[in-house]
Design a binder for this molecule. Structure first.
Ligand SMILES: [Zn+2]
Length: 236
């Protein structure tokens, strides 16, 4: 089976990252008459090095990075406020966000063969660590790392965020997919909330949102995106 078919057994609507990039940049330029040269770009995706190839960075330079482990927008209101004020005069804003999940050449979700490695490792490593913690049997809503995790703040927030969804995730047919979907919903909700909180501060009239699940593949294959949201929000 081709990798695209393997991916579509889990994500029937997934398209390659480059296809998504080209499609939506065309839509922004042609339908919305957005000036791409003045578009300020932000991401809320996981820190994982594997994500670099999947986004719009080849076209839209110098992204404002809101994300961290698992893709939550950790920079919060302060980050959204700063981003809103950095938009060029006469420009607009595009935010690309979502979690990511690896897939092996055989179609197993949650891991992949990374560049320069022969073995498979977990991906998204942070979300798979959350799942491992849940599977270890802690009670829902009480999963908290030890106090010394002052040095692991993003993981603390990830565990807190998904604790209410623990039972649903563990009892689903595919907990990896269920957790990844829950991560998408959390990131999406938080991005909408943050844009709303900074609504009056944007140095532009429109914010374009593009959200989805990034599906990372082994070296040599395209990465894919299962697009879940394209939205235009009036701000300023
Ligand atoms: Zn990750």
């Amino acid at each position: 089976m081709e990798i695209a078919e393997v991916i579509r057994t889990h994500y029937p609507n997934a398209k390659t990252g480059s296809e998504i990039t080209e499609t939506y940049l065309d839509i922004l330029a042609d339908e919305y008459k957005a000036k791409l040269s003045k578009m300020l770009f932000a991401t809320s995706v996981c820190s994982d090095d594997i994500n670099v190839s999947t986004d719009f960075r080849r076209v839209l330079k110098r992204p404002f990075s809101k994300g961290g482990l698992g893709g939550l927008p950790y920079t919060g209101y302060t980050g959204m406020s700063a981003f809103s004020q950095h938009i060029p005069d006469g420009g607009e804003a595009l935010i690309f966000y979502g979690p990511h999940v690896g897939i092996t050449d055989e179609g197993e979700l949650g891991k992949l063969r990374r560049i320069g490695q022969k073995r498979n490792t977990s991906c998204c490593g942070a979300l798979m660590a959350v799942l491992a913690e849940f599977q270890a049997g802690a009670e829902a809503g009480t999963v908290l790392p030890p106090a010394e995790n002052e040095y692991d703040q993003q993981m603390v927030l990830l565990l807190r965020t998904f604790a209410p969804h623990r039972e649903r995730i563990l009892s689903s047919d595919n907990p990896i997919k269920a957790l990844t979907d829950a991560a998408y919903d959390e990131i999406h909700t938080r991005i909408l909330k943050l844009v709303d909180m900074a609504r009056g501060e944007f140095n532009c009239g429109r914010v374009f949102l593009l959200g989805g699940v990034i599906i990372n593949t082994s070296q040599g294959y395209n990465d894919f995106v299962d697009l879940r949201n394209f939205d235009v929000i009036e701000v300023g």
